[in-house]
Design a protein. Sequence first.
Length: 178
Amino acid sequence: MNRKLLNEELGRKTTIEYKKAKKNPVVIVLDNIRSALNVGSVFRSSDAFLVEKIYLCGLTAMPPNKEISKTALGATKSVDWEYVEDTMEAVKKLQNENYTVIGIEQVEQKVMLQNFVPEKGKRYAFVFGHEVKGVNQAVVDACNFCIEIPQWGHKHSLNIAVSTGVILWHTVSHLISD
């Protein structure tokens, strides 16, 4: 029988411990995400994977926000974030700081996720776009390249929060492996 672990057995960091912890070299850029619930979920996943920072761009909701809080479950206090009105400004800033900026989008010259092998010592910024329109084309053009998450169903569309979790798990699992 497998006994469920109690919360106090999980080794969770306090907010102060999280702030002091060495982060994974990963940044998230949200390009005009209309759902505050999705934004909250991205905060929560970013906390789980020790992401450096989230850039909230354009019409993306910002904390404090009731719907963000509902799904973030306190992660807005642990994960650093910044609002930048223009997504292109955030992308250019990150590229100037030697991040490889990667759009998560279905494009002609994409790299399929299973073929993306993050390299230790590199810094990555992942751009996620509007739930219906995706990442703005000008932002796609500015990215170093784009990754597509393979899908085999009818929709060929994942929720932004789910996509973020998939990308973060894939990236961080490669970066922390021996």
